[in-house]
Design a protein around this ligand. Sequence first.
Ligand SMILES: [Zn+2]
Length: 138
Amino acid sequence: MSAHISIPMYQRAVPQRYRLTGKRCKSCGKINFPPKAVCKYCLQGASFEDVRLSGKGAVYSYTVIAGGGAPPEFETEARCKGSYPVLIVELEEGPRVITQMVNPPKEGIAIGMPVQAVFRKIYEEEGVIRYGFKFSPA
Ligand SMILES: [Zn+2]
């Protein structure tokens, strides 16, 4: 199986993956996460300052990956768990992120439910463990 993300690409993404560092546009003030070369909100700003995001947010939307629908890097996890939830979380600073959920509540996931980022192993590929954030009920 080939790597889905090259090591250099992965290393460049470390600030966002490990520290939830976003980029505040100096033109419009909105936070781009993941970082972009040009601000995705005003399409003008190309100058940014780093902002450490709180990791707090709320469930904007979600789905459950099941029935062999997992991408290749998550096949093993999907086989072990049967299914796993994936969220779109709206962070309190504004950006929305796609993430897996850990410790989903027995009563089910709800839109608007408060969640908090937790640092986890995401997957292992070619002997390299990829870490990053998942979200847990807050
Ligand atoms: Zn902007």
